[in-house]
Design a protein around this ligand. Structure first.
Ligand code: HEC
Ligand code: HEC
Length: 244
């Protein structure tokens, strides 16, 4: 009895710390200047080129570069990533290795402005061309197998992605980003990065704990499913109001 009480209050304390960090990011939503965000996104700042050269004019990412969709991923999540990138907590390799330098060109207010801008984009989804990627020689997984992982997890090994990221990965702000309808190549890269711990900016190691039990096949299967996963709940054509 006592033991479980301690466990319970530790859980509460953990949740409190987790949310106090992001609460301050959320307050920034009030000061996000969309016009300044747009200016930097389209014109760049300092040595950072326009963000849209890699993240796309509409914020839907670029497959070949492994550049993610930024449109509507969640305001506090984007603020956190730009801060982590600028402060050395996230150090990508490959084409994204330039991101820390670019994030350092931005003031804390710029980061909030950019996040407010990309979160305001109501652009048409530009989803990964899975057939084209496969034709280009990159392995593409099987969507029905990935759907099982996203919705139910792998028994005894991996929690369902939706238990944190929301149905079909549509996001649960402030902590859990949108991963549904994210670019396929980016999803595959990040799952590998979490698994080999080269990305380690996840609160409490939550994603590293998930990814360490995913096989290469699980990764391409779940990425193939998520890249096209609809936001809508089946049987209900309404897109739910999320807190992002
Ligand atoms: C030269 C191409 C390039 C430019 C220009 C660029 N980015 Fe990126 N960005 C990337 C790539 C590639 C990644 C993926 C990094 C990785 O693999 O972890 C990335 C990752 C990010 C992420 C992390 C997103 C997530 O889902 O976690 C954010 C946020 C971001 N960029 C914002 C920006 C902003 C803001 C600008 C403009 C100031 C910008 N980027 C300019 C290529 C670019
Ligand atoms: C226990 C909660 C939890 C579960 C379950 C979970 N995730 Fe995550 N995931 C997170 C958190 C927290 C983050 C944000 C990390 C950060 O702040 O950088 C994240 C981030 C990610 C990212 C990076 C998104 C981006 O834009 O860079 C991907 C990809 C991802 N998760 C995929 C998955 C997949 C696939 C599954 C199911 C196999 C899954 N997650 C299950 C907690 C979870």
């Amino acid at each position: 009895m006592r033991k479980s009480m301690i466990k319970f209050s530790m859980g509460l304390a953990m949740a409190a710390t987790l949310f106090s960090g992001v609460a301050s990011a959320e307050e920034g939503a009030m000061n996000g200047d969309v016009a300044n965000g747009k200016k930097i996104f389209t014109e760049g700042k300092g040595v950072a080129p326009p963000c849209m050269t890699c993240h796309g004019e509409n914020g839907w990412g670029t497959e070949a570069m492994g550049a993610p969709r930024l449109a509507n991923l969640g305001y506090p999540y984007i603020v956190k990533q730009l801060t982590d990138l600028a402060e050395g907590r996230r150090t990508p390799s490959g084409p994204g290795a330039v991101m820390p330098l670019f994030a350092q060109q931005l003031s804390p207010q710029d980061r909030r402005d950019l996040s407010a801008y990309v979160n305001s984009l109501n652009t048409k989804p530009d989803l990964s061309d899975l057939a084209g990627i496969k034709a280009g020689g990159q392995p593409v997984g099987e969507r029905y197998k990935g759907e099982a992982i996203a919705l139910y997890g792998i028994s005894g090994k991996v929690s369902a992605c939706q238990s944190c990221h929301g149905y079909n990965g549509r996001g649960a702000a402030p902590v859990f980003p949108v991963i549904g309808q994210q670019k396929y190549t980016y999803l595959v890269n990040q799952l590998h990065n979490w698994r080999d711990q080269s990305r380690a900016n996840d609160p409490y190691g939550m994603m590293r704990a998930i990814a360490k039990n995913l096989t290469d096949d699980d990764i391409i299967n779940v990425a193939a499913y998520l890249a096209w996963a609809p936001r809508e709940t089946p049987g209900n054509g309404l897109v739910p109001e999320t807190t992002r």
